[in-house]
Design a protein around this ligand. Structure first.
Ligand SMILES: [Cu+2]
Length: 74
């Protein structure tokens, strides 16, 4: 994987801190070095990671949430 970059995802279906923790765990499983920030109210997920947004979206979706990577520049 390449060097860490900021990526952004929109995640639907998170309703509580447990969901936030679950999504964080999924991201950390893909990239243990990732820094993750999640806003529960908006479903906005920011990560500093060497993984791609699409890869994370796929992993989060497999975990039961609806995740879409944002490709607009942050
Ligand atoms: Cu929850």
């Amino acid at each position: 994987m390449s060097s860490a970059q900021p990526i952004e995802l929109n995640v639907k279906g998170m309703t509580c801190q447990g969901c936030v923790n679950a999504v964080t765990r999924v991201i950390k499983r893909v990239d243990p070095a990732a820094t993750v920030r999640i806003d529960l109210a908006s479903g906005r997920v920011e990560a500093l990671t060497s993984a791609t947004g699409d890869l994370l979206a796929k992993a989060i979706s497999a975990g039961g949430y609806e995740a879409v990577a944002r490709h607009e520049p942050v």
